[in-house]
Write a protein that binds this ligand. Sequence first.
Ligand SMILES: Nc1ncnc2c1ncn2[C@@H]1O[C@H](COP(=O)(O)OP(=O)(O)OP(=O)(O)O)[C@@H](O)[C@H]1O
Ligand SMILES: [Mg+2]
Length: 290
Amino acid sequence: MQANSNRQVELPPAGKIRRGPPSPNPKKWVYFGFLFMLQLEIKNLRVAIGENEIIRNLSLSVGVGEMHAIMGPNGSGKSTLAKVIAGYPDYKVTSGEVLMDGENLLDLEPDERARRGLFMAFQYPSEVPGVTIANFLRAAMQSRLPEGEELEATDYYAKLYEKMDLLEIDRAFTSRAVNEGFSGGEKKRCEILQMAMLDPRYAVLDETDSGLDIDALKIVANGVNSLRGPDLGVLLITHYQRLLNYIIPDFVHVMVQGRIVRSGGKELALQLEEKGYEWIRDHAEEPVAA
Ligand SMILES: Nc1ncnc2c1ncn2[C@@H]1O[C@H](COP(=O)(O)OP(=O)(O)OP(=O)(O)O)[C@@H](O)[C@H]1O
Ligand SMILES: [Mg+2]
């Protein structure tokens, strides 16, 4: 009887990466249940823009401490997924859930998501004229502190300069307006600077490597790697295997037509590079329409 009641603990649905079989020991069940909570969990998500369904029953879990890469052809819905996680208003979630450590993100405003530790680096970062990087980051960090607590200016600038040095960003950038007139590569570095300053629990990085020259790619990868650890889960969207030589993912997922059609380890990115997406369409774990 007791063994049966143990089965009520929710297991990850098929298609997800399983992190070992469940234990018959009730104490371990509780432990496993707790572990499953500490993740960014996308469950059976469907998203439409107007009449057009972009995300089609997508499920994916990013555990805290894990690095997941998503690859996939242009237009497969990768940025749409990222924006829905962040709370972009244009998309209609028709079904499914996005849970962060068990809490439904879809019920929260974008700023509430950020305050709880979600960070999003955009594929096309917006310019914020009139707001300097220093003031922007200071306001963002201040807004995450408990009411009545003041961000200490000396500590703030010490951290800012430390992270700017790490990402090899000239200090003159502190007084420039966010992304205004930045080169493509400078924008991407600035996104990672924001991530480094905000210490998120989960970060979604959408093509953070695009537009970077070879040296900048290594610097940005180094910046992301320096933030890696047991308290950060990352969903990294990229087209290029090359980035994954520097930021080594724990898992790689392939998204085609709004769904994850294949998941594997870092070797999957190499296979993709060699064989292309046609091979994935032919060998998808989930059926893919032509
Ligand atoms: N606001 C919008 N209005 C209409 N269609 C949209 C909108 N946003 C996204 N789409 C469509 O949704 C599909 C998925 O777009 P998305 O940007 O998510 O793809 P992606 O996988 O990120 O592609 P890429 O690799 O080129 O960045 C595309 O066909 C795109 O045209
Ligand atoms: Mg995109």
